[in-house]
Design a protein around this ligand. Structure first.
Ligand code: AMP
Ligand code: MG
Length: 408
């Protein structure tokens, strides 16, 4: 691990943190109905063909194109009726089958004409124009072939993955067990919402931000709230947290040089490294272990805590959860701002996409980028990156990462 002096780049800090991430090793079978946000521990392989049979995409009439008049209209006797859920019989020559969406196409039929394009005269259907073979027929296996791997291990289940698992008949899916994260806060100035605010105090907003971030990621959170700012109380919480949790997260009190009980408390039960990361907002991040439970100390400033969580803790947690893809997707887009405060720390500015007079979208930034200005994170739709020692002119391409890629 790095010594206290070295300044890490944001990329190095992420790499270092990820190198410590261990995937939870317990797998459980859960009902597919409860799989939202859970991570598949094994690939899902289909034992069935989806759809199982050629079937109609429309309510209409199934027929053999060879029995149709290629130029004028054709009259066919409707010899059978096939609603969804039942199977018809082979089409007799010169007849049509009344068929409904999802019903299997009878043997001998190779097209379905939608009912709006036909007229019915007694038990005869009149087709104006002959369809091409294959019209309105959904082929057996066009979605999934039996034996096909439909989802890889390491996929975080969204609504569509739940549906896909169900479409191959899986009532249960194998997932990693939920990551348990312990959370607590220190600082004599912080007060819980609901309490009156005395002079010099501020509300503990980080508790809510971090709770939201962790719950949004599907973690099971043990929230210890505010811990009195003394060594004994901090050690007491850590002693409880380390064996109940897979990860301990705190915010505040990790600035280098500060009189700091978190640091001393962690060190009394394990070890702690203070990382100085060349980034804004952010900078101090602590990583260590309490016995063998990982500990991450985030900066106290509300935007710093939020941004460092999104950029570092999120990928770390994803890896612990067993997610294969931990890197957010970013886009290069033209800046709709000007930046001349070039410095050695990479800036992650709160930004959003706004339509530009010249057309297209541009990256606009919140005017106050202070690390305590949480409004910027609410105004923003993502983070734009300003590289170390560089300036940005209007129209220069900047890297923009939407919050949709940084949360959850
Ligand atoms: P620290 O990292 O402890 O030096 O804190 C940096 C800044 O973040 C200070 O202004 C703190 O008051 C503020 N801060 C620390 N913890 C919290 C918290 N839980 N909620 C809101 N602000 C906090
Ligand atoms: Mg503090």
């Amino acid at each position: 691990m790095n010594g206290p002096k070295k300044m890490l780049s944001a990329d190095e800090a992420l790499e270092l943190l990820l190198s410590h991430a261990r995937t939870v090793d317990e797998i459980e079978k859960i009902h597919t109905t409860h799989a939202l946000g859970r991570v598949l521990a094994e690939p899902l392989v289909s034992s069935v063909t989806v759809p199982p049979l050629d079937n109609s995409a429309m309510d209409g009439y199934a027929m053999a194109c060879s029995s149709l008049n290629p130029v004028g209209e054709t009259r066919l006797r409707v010899a059978q009726r096939i609603p969804a859920g039942s199977v018809g019989h082979a089409l007799e020559h010169g007849t049509a089958a009344r068929i409904f969406t999802g019903a299997p196409v009878p043997l001998g039929a190779d097209a379905v004409v939608m009912q709006e394009d036909c007229t019915l005269e007694g038990d005869t259907v009149v087709i104006g124009k002959a369809p091409q073979p294959g019209t309105n027929i959904r082929r057996a296996g066009e979605d999934i072939a039996a034996g096909h791997q439909v989802l890889d291990a390491g996929v975080k289940m969204r609504a569509q993955e739940m549906g896909l698992a169900a479409s191959i008949g899986l009532a249960d899916v194998p997932v990693y067990r939920k990551l348990r994260v312990a959370l607590f806060f220190t600082g004599d100035e912080i007060v819980m919402p609901g309490e009156p605010l005395e002079e010099g105090e501020i509300y503990n907003s980080n508790r809510y931000t971090l709770l939201g971030l962790l719950e949004g990621m599907g973690c099971r959170v043990a929230d210890y709230g505010i811990v009195p700012d003394n060594l004994a109380a901090t050690v007491e919480v850590l002693k409880q947290a380390w064996h109940e949790a897979d990860l301990i997260v705190t915010s505040g009190g990790v600035s280098v040089g500060e009189e700091d009980h978190v640091k001393a408390a962690v060190e009394s039960l394990g070890k702690l490294d203070m990382w100085k990361v060349a980034m804004k907002p952010g900078k101090p991040i602590a990583y260590g272990t309490v016995h063998d439970t990982p500990f991450i100390g985030l900066p106290g400033n509300p935007v710093s805590a939020f941004a460092t969580f999104c950029l570092f803790v999120r990928p770390y947690i994803l890896r612990c959860q067993g997610v294969a893809q931990v890197t957010p997707r970013s886009y290069m887009l033209p800046a709709a701002f000007h930046w001349n405060k070039s410095g050695p720390r990479r800036e992650f500015v709160r930004a959003r996409l706004e339509p530009q007079a010249e057309g297209g979208l541009g990256v606009a930034i919140y005017p106050n980028q202070g690390s305590g200005v949480l409004t910027s994170a609410v105004w923003g739709e993502g983070l734009a990156e300003i590289r170390e020692n560089s300036m940005v002119e209007h129209g220069d391409m900047v890297k923009f990462t939407p919050f949709t890629e940084l949360l959850g």
